[in-house]
Structure formats: structure tokens, C-alpha cells
Ligand binder design. Sequence first.
Ligand SMILES: Nc1nc2c(ncn2[C@@H]2O[C@H](COP(=O)(O)OP(=O)(O)O)[C@@H](O)[C@H]2O)c(=O)[nH]1
Ligand SMILES: [Mg+2]
Ligand SMILES: [Zn+2]
Length: 295
Amino acid sequence: MIPGLIIKGIGGFYYVKTDLGIFECKARGIFRKDSFTPLPGDKVSISVSNEENKIGNIEEISPRTTQLTRPAVANVTQIAIVIAIRSPQPDFMLLDKLLITVERKDISAIICLNKIDLDKEAEYIKIIEAYKKAKYKVIALSSMNGAGFGELEFALKGNTTVFAGQSGVGKSTILNKVLDSYVMETGKVSDKIERGRHTTRHAELIELKSGGFVVDTPGFSSFDISGFEANELQNYYPEFHEYFGKCKFTGCMHISEPSCEVKAALEKGRIDRRRYERYVEFCNVLKENQRKKYY
Ligand SMILES: Nc1nc2c(ncn2[C@@H]2O[C@H](COP(=O)(O)OP(=O)(O)O)[C@@H](O)[C@H]2O)c(=O)[nH]1
Ligand SMILES: [Mg+2]
Ligand SMILES: [Zn+2]
């Protein structure tokens, strides 16, 4: 048996990268019986059935460190959430929901702020500052003039990074530029009807020359946060962490309680107000969902 990495799965075939090249493999019946499906990103052992034609069988799958469902990829170490300064306008609700989702897993997040060439007034600086307060790395990019790509490539090195974010923000364009030899389909923002054809339906790990892998995704316009209760939400805000246990009330949700250190930090400008306001909004939605569930 030889070790490998699943880089893509299509119609029951898995493409496994090994030291001997890429093998087209099937997963043995045993996985199907356990309703366990191999995923791109899985570290596997394969048996070689035909070395010349690079045909093999997946025999074993190593335990996963992480598992994403949309896209279905295993062992992702980093999510790059891409937003554009305009065209389309940044959707900060979506950005924060994505960040919450990433915080709930053992994966780190970076924010790629693309299309800064369209930002003549350098408005993007404010976005960088807001999210720096939230402890996130923000990389300002322009796929048009190449700004920020050195920093991006450094951040990608050695990671398996999934690119997420709204359709049209420039994910595929950024990846094409990073990979330069690998051509992915990119779409115009107006090509809404064509979207299906412009998107990568099968998650694929693409190897970087500098080490590491990237995964493009089709992008989506909305989704809901769910699966946890309102009082947990604060855990997914890195900028709140240093104040935990310092508020007057145990179980403080940092909204209307007196002597709250999070709110004190907000007044001092150490927490971004807009992001805090979205926190309150999400909290109310989660509370409302709980109320509906129990009464
Ligand atoms: N001005 C400008 N346009 C960009 C930039 N990056 C991408 N675009 C354009 O934005 C559109 C959508 O890009 P695409 O990569 O398909 O977005 P995706 O849906 O996120 O993969 C295309 O027309 C790109 O040419 C950028 O940095 N600046
Ligand atoms: Mg795309
Ligand atoms: Zn508090």
C-alpha cells in the first residue's frame, strides 16, 4: 500500500495524489457499507491495481482533523473569506456569519478584501481596522494590479485553504493569479443565469508550488447560523475573549447587563461598534429561535 491524498472525487472515482503520481481510485465496498464517504482532503492508503495506468483502490482513510460540509472537504486548516470593496458591496452580516461558523470549528480564518483598485477613497482601511480589532488577519487585494498577493501567498503556504464568500467577489480570479498556470473559470458579476456553469461543482484541492493546497468554491449569498444557543454566541467573537469572567454578572451576554466589560471596551473603541451591533442582532435571532422551539 502507498500513502496519498484525495484531491478530487467525481462519480465514485477519487483522484489520489501519491509520490508515484495521481491514481484514479475506487473506494472499497467497506466504506459504502458504513455509509462513510471519502472526501477530498482525506489522507488515505491505496493499493495499486495497475501501476502503468495509475489505477488503485482506497483501503484506509486516516482520522480527519476537520470536516466541512459545504464544500465537503476534510482536513482544511484555513478558510479565506473573500469580500469585495464593491461590485458586489460587502455583506458584513454574511462575513460575520461565516466567521462564526469557522470559529465553531478548529480552523483559522483570514479575510481577503478584494478589488481595492475600485476604492479610490481608500475606504477599505476602515474595514481592515474593524476586523483587526476582532483579531482577524485582513489582506487587502487587487487581482487587477496585484496588490497584496505577496502577503496572501505567504498566508497560504503550508495550509489547506478553502476560499469562501459571495459569488462575484473574485475568488476564482484570485486563485487563478495565485496558481497562474491553472486556469479556472471566472464569471462576470452579471452572469447570474450562467452561474451554474461558472462554478466549481466538485471541490478540488489544487497544489501550490510553494506548498499547501487551495480549494475554490462556488460561493453563496446567504445562510443561517444555527445549532447552538444565544449564550454561546459570544464564544465565537475573539475580541470578547479577554473580558470573559470580568463582567459583574456571570452569564453576562454583554447586551443590557450593567457593569459589563465588553460594553466598556466598546465605549473605548476597542471593539468595533458595527460588528457589536451585528452580534446583538444575531443574539436576538438565536433567542427568538429558542423561544419558538420551547413554547
Ligand atoms: N476591479 C476588479 N475586478 C475584479 C477583481 N477581482 C476579480 N474581479 C472581477 O470580478 C468578477 C468576478 O470574479 P470571479 O473570480 O468570477 O468571482 P467569484 O464568483 O468569487 O469566483 C470578474 O469579472 C473579475 O474580473 C479585482 O481585484 N478588481
Ligand atoms: Mg468562482
Ligand atoms: Zn458583559
